[in-house]
Design a protein around this ligand. Structure first.
Ligand code: PMP
Length: 442
């Protein structure tokens, strides 16, 4: 069982320690943070500094407790400081922190991942999701001897150069860097398509299919709202890539082992050629992985010519945390429990939203959820997202935080449920959102 702290309560104490730490942080850490969205720029104010976490709760440096729906952006499917995970980490640490040589835990975690995920025969562990997608792309190019890659606008795959590109308007667009420092020449090898659009996909393959090394997508896009895709669109993607000899890469850094035991591939009944993982497989430690059929993975060094390496890859502590997490998920019958919890949140939240006059829709896939604060149906494309939702979210975010509920500091990031959340927790979230929106609309 996860360690439990006292019930979270409205955030009563002034955040003096957090304010002081932030002042120090901005002197020595760019923007005061080590990952941009943590800086609260999208919602205003400044971040609180977390001292500890337990179960579904985090405690800040001033002693305020928050019911947490960020859950470290996805890894903590068992909750914060889950006993089995922390015990596995303690045990591993006592045997040494890193060896730079093979160890048992990496074989065991690889076996566990391969056994669970459709079509997977081999994996390579890395230390982040970015490394996983970057390496999978290199492998795809090396294995196919082609240069072009295709991504979808609204999907995020980490910050490697070729993947940090955004679409302009039009159907198939040439990639434009979405970050300074990414050369146009790199981005020009990336094609960007809208999600949910079979025609754009077919047109691109008709024009350039024999130059495409790989198509990468989040099978459950969860980085620009939650853009749930139609099965037909995903099936077309599988069909076209196969027909043209391009590899299909499912980026399951968020969805892997969360939406079902075998990730989105199992849920959709589709097998990609390569898949990338992160978050849950590290149990809260820095881990990523990519994998596929043996026949593709053999292109990777030391067997093949595609180079990829890492001093801390397959780190014994991280492997132990990942393994403990996957085993605990199996024992807990995690996915049906999370589905029940998600459904309870959906029912209560949908009622709360219907009672308010703010345009809002609750979107959910298992334990991943998103509040779409705009008119109309849940969007399926990044292009369908109303930027004005950000203003509505800013108000909601701050009011939730004041009441002791922590959600992602951006309108377009999703929320995560864990096995540590209770029926009471999800009711509290829905009721509090309802209360806040009620105040806003009157
Ligand atoms: N792919 C997806 C789908 C992600 O959501 C993320 C990060 N949220 C990444 C890749 C990159 O992972 P990391 O932040 O560990 O580099």
């Amino acid at each position: 069982m996860p360690k439990t702290l006292e019930q979270p309560h409205p955030c009563a104490r002034p955040q003096e320690m957090s304010a002081a730490l932030y002042e120090r942080a901005v002197q020595v850490l760019t923007g005061g943070v080590n990952s941009p969205v943590r800086a609260f720029h999208a919602v205003g104010g400044r971040p609180f500094f977390v001292r500890s976490g337990g179960g579904a709760t985090v405690v800040d440096e001033d002693g305020n407790r928050y019911l947490d729906f960020v859950m470290s952006w996805g890894p903590l499917i068992l909750g914060h400081a889950h006993e089995e995970v922390t015990e596995a980490i303690d045990e591993a640490v006592s045997l040494g922190t890193t060896f730079g040589a093979p160890c048992r835990a990496e074989v065991e975690l690889a076996e566990a991942v391969v056994e669970r995920y459709p079509g997977l025969e081999q994996v390579r562990f890395v230390s982040s999701g970015t490394e996983a997608t970057m390496s999978a792309i290199r492998l795809a190019r090396g294995a196919t001897g082609r240069d072009l890659i295709v991504k979808f606008s609204g999907c995020y795959h980490g910050h490697a150069d070729h993947l940090l590109v955004a679409a302009g308007s039009g159907l198939a667009t040439f990639g434009k860097p979405s970050s300074a420092g990414v050369p146009e020449a790199f981005a020009s090898l990336t094609r960007v398509l809208p999600l949910d659009d079979e025609q754009a996909l077919s047109e691109l393959f008709a024009a350039e299919g024999d130059r495409i090394a790989a198509v990468i997508l989040e099978p459950i896009p969860a980085n620009n709202g939650l853009l749930i895709q139609r099965k037909e669109f995903l099936a077309t993607l599988r069909e076209l890539t196969r027909k043209h000899g391009a590899l299909l890469i499912f980026d399951e850094v968020i969805s892997g082992f969360r939406v079902s035991r075998g990730g989105a591939a199992e849920l959709h009944g589709l097998t990609p050629d390569l898949a990338t993982f992160g978050k849950i497989i590290g149990g809260g430690m820095p881990v990523g992985a990519f994998g596929g059929r043996r026949e593709l993975m053999r292109h990777l060094a030391p067997e093949g010519g595609v180079y990829q390496a890492g001093t801390l890859s397959g780190n014994p502590i991280a492997m132990a945390a990942g393994l403990a997490t996957l085993r605990a998920l199996d024992r807990a019958d995690a996915w049906s429990r999370l589905e029940r919890l998600g459904r309870a949140l959906e029912e209560r939240m949908t009622r709360a939203l219907a009672a308010s006059r703010v345009p809002a829709r609750f979107v959910r896939q298992g334990s991943i959820f998103w509040l779409s604060l705009q008119e109309g149906d849940a969007p399926r494309q990044a292009e369908a997202i109303d930027p004005a939702a950000a203003d509505r979210y800013r108000v909601l975010f701050s009011a939730l935080l004041e009441r002791g509920i922590s959600m992602a500091p951006s309108a377009f990031e999703v929320g995560f449920l864990s096995l540590a959340h209770t029926q009471q927790d999800v009711e509290r979230l829905a009721d509090t959102v309802g209360e806040i929106l009620g105040e806003v609309s009157t």
